[in-house]
Design a binder for this molecule. Structure first.
Ligand code: HAM
Length: 422
C-alpha cells in the first residue's frame, strides 16, 4: 500500500461540502467587493519567488518545492499566490487596463514545513489582491473584505491585529536602530537570526526560537520610527476601520513572514487554531513589482488558509449546512422493473433531481438499507404490480409516509416536494 505523502490530506466525498461552503462564501464576498477570480499556474520559474517573496524568508530559504524540469529549468510549486498574480498582472499588460485591478483566487500552495495540526505541505488559500490604489481606502477595503469573509463563515472569536512596518525610507532608520540593539546580543541568538541581522534585521522580530523571542521583546518598535507619511497612512486606516465597525488591536510585533510588505500589515488569529493561530494574513506591498524589475504599482492583499479556517470553524461550532444528498432512490425487483427504474431515474435526473438506482442487484431489503445509508429522501419502489398500474410506491424515508405516484407524474411530484422541508 502506497501511503499519502506527509503533510498532505485527502478531502473525501463525505466532507467536501464543508470546502464547498467556504469556497462559496469566499466567492460571494469577493464578488460583493467587485473582485474577479484569477487562475495562475501551480508552478512558476523559481526566480519569481526568490525575487518576489524574498530571499531572506523561511519560505524561500527552506520551504520551497523546487526542482529541475526535463528542460533543465528550475521551477517551483507556488508557496503562495501573490507573486503569481503579480507576474500575471505584468505579463498580461493589465496595468494598461481598468484600475484598480482587483482579483481573488482559491488555490493550492506548497511549503516544505514540519507538518502539524493546521500546518501542511500542501494547503489551500483564498486570497485577494488589489493593485493601483496607494491610499488608505484600499487597505481598509481589503481588511473589510477579509473581515466580512470570516464573519460570514460564522466565526466570532477571530481577532484582527494590525501594524505598520513603514516604507523603505523609515525602515532604513529602523533597521539601524535594530542593528544597534541586536549587535551586542547576537552571540545568544540563533543561526538564522545571525543571517537575518545582515540581510533583513526586521525579520529577527519574527523568530520562533524561544531565546530569540525573549531578546526581541525589548527591541525597538517600527511604530516609533514611522515617517510622517506612513504615520498619517496608518492613522487613516485605523479610523476607517473604526468607522466601518471592524474591531482591531495594534500588535507591533507583526512583521509577516514575506519580504514584500510595506506600511499596513495585518493578521486574523484565533485561539481555536492552537499553535497555528493565524488563519488569515496580508498587507500592503507597494514595492513588489519594483522588486520584480517593473514600474512600481501600489498593492495590497491577503490570503487565508482554508484548512485552518475549517479547524477554527469546527472549534467554534460554526454551522455548515450538510447537503440534502440523494432525492430519489429507485428500487427495482426484477428485470422489467429494474429497467423501468433505470429509465425513470434518467428522466428525473434531466429535471435536476439527484437520483440513484440499484447497480448491485440487491434484494429490496438491502436496497432500502442502502437508501437509508446514503440519506435518500424518497425511495421509489417498482415491482410487478406497479409496472402493471403504471404508478410507483414513493416512500418518504424520514416520515415513513407513502404515496402512489404515476410514472409520468414523478417529475411534477419532485417539483412539488423539492422545496418542502421534511
Ligand atoms: P501567509 O501568512 O504566508 O501569507 O499565508 C496566509 C495564510 O495561509 C496563513 O495565515 C495560514 O492560514 C495559511 N498557511 C500558510 N502556510 C500554511 C501551511 N503550511 N499549512 C496550512 N496553512 C498555511 C501569504 O501567503 C501572502 N501571500 C498573503 C498575502 C496576499 N499578502 C498580500 N497578499
Amino acid at each position: 500500500m502506497i501511503n499519502i505523502p506527509k503533510g498532505t490530506k485527502d478531502v473525501l466525498p463525505g466532507e467536501v461540502y464543508r470546502w464547498h461552503h467556504v469556497e462559496n462564501v469566499a466567492r460571494e464576498v469577493a464578488e460583493a467587493y467587485a473582485f474577479r477570480e484569477i487562475r495562475t499556474p501551480v508552478f512558476e520559474h523559481t526566480e519569481l519567488f526568490s525575487r518576489g517573496v524574498g530571499d531572506t524568508t523561511d519560505i524561500v530559504n527552506k520551504e520551497m518545492y523546487t526542482f529541475l524540469d526535463k528542460g533543465n529549468r528550475s521551477v517551483t510549486l507556488r508557496p503562495e499566490g501573490t507573486a503569481g498574480v503579480a507576474r500575471a498582472f505584468i505579463g498580461n499588460g493589465l496595468s494598461g487596463g481598468a484600475m484598480p485591478f482587483k482579483a481573488y483566487y482559491l488555490i493550492s500552495a506548497f511549503r516544505y514545513e514540519r507538518p502539524q495540526a493546521g500546518r501542511l505541505r500542501e494547503f489551500h488559500q483564498f486570497g485577494a489582491e488589489l493593485y493601483g490604489a496607494a491610499g488608505p481606502y484600499a487597505d481598509a477595503e481589503i481588511i473589510s473584505l477579509a473581515d466580512r469573509f470570516l464573519r460570514n463563515l460564522g466565526l466570532k472569536k477571530v481577532r484582527l491585529q494590525i501594524n505598520s512596518i513603514g516604507c523603505k525610507s523609515c525602515r532604513a532608520e529602523y533597521n539601524r536602530a535594530l542593528k544597534e540593539y541586536f549587535s551586542p546580543r547576537l552571540g545568544e541568538m540563533c543561526e538564522d537570526c545571525n543571517a537575518r541581522f545582515e540581510k533583513n534585521p526586521m525579520r529577527m522580530i519574527d523568530c520562533k526560537n524561544e531565546n530569540c523571542k525573549k531578546i526581541t521583546e525589548g527591541a525597538p518598535r517600527m511604530l516609533d520610527y514611522l515617517c510622517s507619511d506612513c504615520a498619517a497612512h496608518f492613522d487613516a486606516v485605523k479610523s476607517l476601520l473604526k468607522e466601518a465597525d471592524i474591531p482591531f488591536e495594534i500588535n507591533p510585533s507583526i512583521v509577516r513572514g514575506l519580504d514584500y510588505y510595506s506600511r499596513t500589515v495585518f493578521e486574523f488569529a484565533s485561539e481555536a487554531a492552537g499553535a497555528q493561530g493565524t488563519v488569515l494574513g496580508g498587507g500592503r506591498y507597494d514595492s513588489l513589482l519594483e522588486q520584480m524589475g517593473e514600474k512600481p504599482v501600489p498593492a495590497v492583499g491577503f490570503a487565508a488558509g482554508i484548512e485552518r479556517l475549517l479547524m477554527v470553524m469546527e472549534a467554534e461550532q460554526a454551522q455548515i449546512k450538510a447537503p440534502c444528498g440523494v432525492d430519489f432512490y429507485f428500487a427495482g425487483m426484477d428485470g422489467a422493473s429494474r429497467d423501468r427504474a433505470f429509465m425513470l431515474a434518467e428522466k428525473l435526473r434531466g429535471e435536476g433531481a439527484s437520483c440513484e438506482v440499484d447497480l448491485m442487484d440487491r434484494s429490496l431489503k438491502a436496497q432500502f438499507k442502502y437508501a437509508d445509508k446514503i440519506g435518500a429522501r424518497f425511495v421509489v419502489v417498482i415491482g410487478e404490480s406497479e409496472l402493471k398500474e403504471g404508478a410507483a410506491e414513493v416512500k418518504e424515508m424520514k416520515t415513513s409516509s407513502s404515496a402512489r405516484v404515476k410514472f409520468d407524474e414523478l417529475a411534477q411530484y419532485y417539483e412539488k416536494r423539492r422545496n418542502q422541508d421534511v
